[in-house]
Structure formats: structure tokens, C-alpha cells
Design a binder for this molecule. Structure first.
Ligand code: GDP
Length: 302
């Protein structure tokens, strides 16, 4: 299945190290937990998550009177899922307006896979029978508009664009009107991914959001941040900056297939409190999956 294949790098490194650990330490003791911590941290699971996990594992080991390391495997996966949800109900994947236009704003630094993700998502929506319009709001990066158009053609959806260098807010204005006129179900908006100047980033995102809000008061309905899983701590830093700049409602973690450190999914949720809504598991149109903690953890441990 997609999760298992997409996570194969993480699975191979993570589970092989876990297998070694279980084989080397026959009994669950302090040394075992220390090495487990090490393995988890190296898989980018994140310090806070690892500490919580180990604490809860220790309690569970006592409660169930687990002596041998083999018995602890299933407890680890069960606890990881619990830590991810943190007592909350799994939330709706996306906040959708029934019989009305849903606006999704995409933010993220250049190169993380934002355009590709927009294309993949447009493809999914279209397969669900939804009418999709894309807005080429990255007017800054050379080639960004054309790249979105390529995806638009590939998927078979309209792309609203202005010329390079034009005001992204004007693109959004046109896009909202066009999507409404076309009676579209979903408008997905690309934005520029400059992080060099935080103040400019904030201003531009605010302006873009203001234009959308003026046309549809409760929009954008989702603000999705694309992060590259292969960049580890960098991705975490970007997430913090974007969280300050705008109200990010969900994360799309791209290129999870290209890293052995897939534990970052767990770290992001715990450290930022923002749910991971989708994961990118490859470059093709179908390689975007709704994030599901059970499937993810199962993908790692089986
Ligand atoms: P943008 O600058 O953020 O719009 O990034 P792009 O969408 O142009 O993607 C940058 C590169 O990452 C491209 O070569 C994509 O094919 C690749 N890419 C995007 N998502 C994924 C993914 O989930 N897995 C892999 N392996 N590659 C991806």
C-alpha cells in the first residue's frame, strides 16, 4: 500500500534499528530506553515527543509487567498514535463548504513541493467530482506561473493568472470572481514563498487574505503550509515563521518518501499544535495521501 511504500526509507532504517535494539537488549531496562530515545531522535521524532513516549512506555511496562523487549513493540506503536492525537478527536480532513466555494490558500518556501502538491490535490478533488480552479498567486518566482499551468493542463482544471511581477492580491481578486462565476467547488491559491524578509511575507499574506475575505467573509477556509520532510529542523523553523505570519490550519508534509527521518510528522504536531493533513509520498499525481496516524504508524512497524 502507498503508506508502506512511501515510508520504506524511514521504515527500513527505523525498524531495522528497532529490531537490533530488541535483539541486543533482552530485558527492558534503563539502557534499553536510552537507546530507544536515541533511535527516535535520530528519526526526527522530536525531543518532546520522545520524552513523552518513553515516560508513557515506562508506565505501561510496569502496568503490564512487560519483561522482554519483544513485548514492547506493539506498545510503542499504540503510544505513538495516542501521543499524536493527544486526547483530541481526529479532526475533519478539510473544512469544506457544502454547495459553495471552498477557498484553500497554500503557503510555503520555494522548492518544498508546493506547486506539485496543489496539482496533486486538484487531481484528487477532480476525481471526487469537484470543479476546481487554481490561482497563480506566486507572481514573484520566475517560472512559477507556467509551472502551475502545466499542472492545470495535466489535471484538466482552469488556472487564473496575471503576468510575472504583478500584484498577487489582484490575481486573487480575479480568481475568486472567476471561481464564483464558474460555480466552482474549490479554489486553490498558490502564493510566493519568500522567507528572506519576514515582514514582507506577512504583509503579502495579509493582503492576499484580505482580498479573499472581502469577497467571501469566512474564506480562506484552509491555510495549508507545505513543508519538505527531508529538511528536518529547517522545516520546523519554517513552520514557526509561517505560524507567526498567518493562521496555518494544516500542514502538508512533502517528500516523506525521500527521507529516513519520517518521525518529523509526530514532532510537528506535538511542537506546533498544527495537524498534518496530507503527506506527499512521491512525485506523481496520485502520490498525495490524507494523513492518518494509524496508517502512518502501521506503515512504520509492519
Ligand atoms: P515549489 O517550489 O514549492 O512549488 O516546489 P515544486 O512543486 O516545484 O517541487 C519541487 C520538487 O520536489 C519537484 O521536483 C517535485 O517533483 C518534488 N516533489 C514534490 N513533492 C514530492 C514528494 O512528495 N515526493 C518526492 N519524492 N518529490 C516531490
Amino acid at each position: 500500500d502507498k503508506y508502506k511504500d512511501g515510508l520504506s526509507k524511514t521504515r527500513n532504517s527505523f525498524t531495522s534499528r528497532l529490531n537490533d535494539l530488541v535483539a541486543n537488549y533482552r530485558t527492558v531496562d534503563e539502557d534499553f530506553f536510552e537507546e530507544l530515545e536515541e533511535i527516535m531522535i535520530q528519526a526526527d521524532v522530536g525531543f518532546d515527543t520522545v520524552m513523552t513516549l518513553v515516560e508513557e512506555l515506562k508506565m505501561e511496562v510496569k502496568r503490564q509487567n512487560i519483561k522482554d523487549t519483544e513485548g514492547i513493540r506493539s506498545v510503542i506503536s499504540q503510544k505513538l498514535v495516542e501521543i499524536y492525537y493527544n486526547g483530541e478527536e481526529p479532526d475533519e480532513l478539510l473544512n469544506f463548504k457544502e454547495n459553495d466555494l471552498t477557498v484553500i490558500l497554500f503557503v510555503g518556501v520555494n522548492g518544498v513541493g508546493k506547486t506539485t502538491t496543489i496539482g496533486k490535490l486538484a487531481h484528487q478533488f477532480k476525481n471526487e467530482g469537484k470543479k476546481v480552479v487554481l490561482a497563480a498567486g506566486d507572481t514573484f518566482r520566475a517560472g512559477a506561473i507556467e509551472q502551475l499551468e502545466v499542472w492545470g493542463n495535466r489535471v484538466g482544471v482552469d488556472v487564473i493568472k496575471h503576468s510575472e511581477g504583478s500584484d498577487p492580491a489582484a490575481v486573487m481578486y480575479d480568481a475568486v470572481h472567476s471561481a464564483k462565476a464558474k460555480k466552482a467547488d474549490v479554489l486553490i491559491c498558490d502564493t510566493a514563498g519568500r522567507l528572506q524578509n519576514k515582514v514582507n511575507l506577512m504583509k503579502e499574506l495579509e493582503k492576499v487574505k484580505r482580498v479573499i475575505e472581502r469577497e467571501i467573509p469566512d474564506a480562506p477556509h484552509e491555510v495549508l503550509l507545505a513543508l519538505d520532510a527531508t529538511t528536518g529542523q529547517n522545516a520546523m523553523t519554517q513552520a514557526k515563521i509561517f505560524k507567526e505570519a498567518t493562521n496555518v490550519t494544516g500542514i502538508v508534509l512533502t517528500k516523506l518518501d525521500g527521507t529516513a527521518k519520517g518521525g518529523i510528522v509526530l514532532a510537528i504536531k506535538k511542537e506546533l499544535g498544527i495537524p498534518v493533513k496530507f503527506v506527499g509520498l512521491g512525485e506523481k499525481m496520485d502520490d498525495l495521501q490524507p494523513f492518518n496516524a494509524e496508517k502512518y504508524v502501521y506503515g512504520l512497524f509492519s
